[in-house]
Design a protein around this ligand. Structure first.
Ligand SMILES: Cc1cc2nc3c(=O)[nH]c(=O)nc-3n(C[C@H](O)[C@H](O)[C@H](O)COP(=O)(O)OP(=O)(O)OC[C@H]3O[C@@H](n4cnc5c(N)ncnc54)[C@H](O)[C@@H]3O)c2cc1C
Length: 502
């Protein structure tokens, strides 16, 4: 066994998270030596692949679960505002990169697609109306439109209105400036740009199999999946960007902060339509409400997807249960992740979430006809022959110790970092790829605090003229940054009005 190459940073996994962090670090310190290690033979082969996620550029424009309604009818928009400004931070990074010849065009990964919310029934309509009233007062959602008029809805969603009962109570909101993002294309563009610089490598068909502390850093064991040979690499910093498989690697690190975490894998499926005669009548991402008692990732949506220049429609997701942590993982992933430190929280979650278990079982048992029935609540005249079932990516939800309940299931993401800042892992799945840049900035601030307040500060300010907090409150600055990003990413055409901001 060969021993021991040395780099500054090892990043495990070639998905959107590692690709973003690697490029950010290289921008901040061009002399940094880093290696991305990926077990598949290409980048974005798991959740970041365009057909494994919905490609929604989450900006809080249409996702009704980001704006909960309290018992007194008030709607809380804090989460939607935060995700919106996080997405503007992602767009700032992509805007910065489009000025580099080695990065390429934004047209390959981001496309303008309006974001709509659609509700049925009196309760849904009164919620959407209240939500619109509050949201449209905030500068991030000032362009939102609301309608209860069916003719207007037929213009906004031509596939979705024909075939509905005349007396059906429905309403919708629309924001024209939504996006569809091909996170796979973006990941691969980032990796290509990364490796155009010296001392930055991406190694495919290599599995990280172990992590050991060494003096001031980590020794990472890397196995070639074809030859079976193992090499060891010393790194000062390790990022576990292994998607669903980050949990077992975090456990292998043995860091104190990893104790008590468990994972609950949820699989997904979509209905996909490539028939151009159907696809051309829907140019939107339309999100509705999840059934009462079902988890947030089950919110149904009918989406325009733009992948490799071709448009398709996706409907779903339909959730399911599996014990795999990755789509290409092993059924032993879940049982092997059980430890003395997390068995308590895992059993507590199993006991307290029987509704979720029942929901997942019912989703798994659905026939194609039942799946089409769900689609027809969106698109009443959908024909079975235009749709096929596809398997989506895995989401491994976080199970965490809880002093009162023993353990809780968490649907967001969690950055777990060693106290000395030498290792970090990203657990969880939502809202995911859209807010990668904010999550990786948080990681950099947590693990490299001296550098972010010191030698990296000026570069960070150059790449990110405005961060989340200020964008949430400064309407004029928000509008300026938003317009600049939209022009640079070719999401809008520059007009004289927009140019004055750019
Ligand atoms: C059904 C579904 C719908 C979604 N919809 C959206 C959406 O609309 N918008 C949005 O913003 N986000 C969405 N997401 C979330 C988004 O896809 C993820 O947050 C994001 O892709 C995660 O990126 P990642 O880099 O962490 O993981 P991944 O893309 O999964 O990459 C992890 C990589 O690590 C590799 N790996 C694992 N173990 C090892 C090892 N031991 N050694 C070497 N390599 C390893 C894997 O092969 C993989 O390539 C969705 C996710 C799912 C599942």
């Amino acid at each position: 066994m060969a021993h021991n190459e040395a780099v500054d940073v090892v990043l495990v996994g070639a998905g959107i998270m590692s690709a973003t962090l690697a490029v950010l670090l290289k921008e901040l310190d061009p002399a940094i030596k880093l290696e991305v290690v990926e077990l598949m033979d290409s980048g974005a082969a798991e959740s970041s692949n365009p057909w494994n996620n919905a490609g929604t550029g989450h900006a809080g424009l249409c996702e009704l679960n980001y704006t909960p309604q309290a018992a007194d009818g008030t709607v809380d928009i804090k989460k939607a505002v935060h995700i919106n400004t996080q997405f503007e931070v992602s767009k700032q990074f992509w805007t910065y990169l489009t000025k580099k010849v080695t990065f390429g065009s934004s047209k390959t990964f981001i496309s303008p697609v309006p974001h709509l919310s659609f509700v049925q029934g009196d309760a849904g309509v009164s919620f959407l109306k209240e939500r619109f009233k509050v949201m449209s007062k905030h500068h991030a959602f000032a362009d939102m439109e609301y309608t209860e008029d069916k003719a207007t809805m037929a213009e906004w969603m031509p596939l979705m209105m024909p075939g509905r009962p005349a007396d059906e109570v429905v309403a919708a909101t629309r924001v024209i400036n939504g996006t569809d993002v091909n996170f796979g294309a973006l990941t691969n563009q980032l990796l290509k740009h990364l490796t155009s610089a010296p001392d930055a490598q991406v190694k495919y068909c290599k599995r990280v199999t172990g992590l050991k502390r060494n003096n001031g850093g980590w020794t990472v064991s890397i196995k070639d999946v074809n030859s079976g040979n193992t090499r060891e690499v010393d790194a000062k910093f390790v990022f576990l960007g292994a998607g669903g498989a980050a949990l077992p690697l975090l456990q292998a690190s043995g860091i104190e902060e990893s104790k008590g975490f468990g994972g609950f894998p949820i699989s997904g499926q979509w209905l996909r339509c490539d028939n151009p005669e159907v696809v051309k009548h829907h140019q939107a991402k339309v999100y509705s409400q999840a059934a009462v008692g079902s988890p947030p990732m089950s919110v149904p949506h009918l989406d325009t997807r733009v992948v490799d220049g071709k448009k398709s429609l996706l409907f779903g997701p339909y959730a399911g249960f599996t014990t795999k942590f990755l789509k290409h993982g092993s059924f032993m992933d879940l049982p092997l992740s059980v430890r003395a430190g997390n068995i308590g929280p895992m059993l507590a979650v199993a006991k307290n979430n029987m509704d979720l278990t029942k929901y997942l079982v019912s989703e798994v048992m659905q026939s194609m006809e039942q799946r089409l029935d769900s689609l027809r609540r969106f698109y009443p005249q959908a024909k079975a022959e235009d749709w096929r079932l596809e398997v989506a990516g895995q989401r491994v939800q976080i199970i965490k110790k809880d002093p009162k309940k023993g353990g809780v299931l968490q649907f967001g993401t969690e950055l777990v970092a060693a106290k000395d800042g030498s290792l970090a892992a990203l657990l969880g799945a939502s809202p995911g790829a859209s807010v990668t840049v904010s999550i990786m900035l948080e990681l950099i601030e947590k693990c490299f605090p001296n550098k972010t307040s010191g030698e990296w500060a000026a570069k960070l300010a150059e790449i990110f003229p405005a961060r989340e907090k200020v964008l949430e409150t400064d309407a004029a600055l928000y509008r300026k940054i938003n317009v600049q990003n939209n022009i640079a990413l070719e999401l809008v055409e520059a007009s004289s009005e927009t140019e004055s901001y750019a």
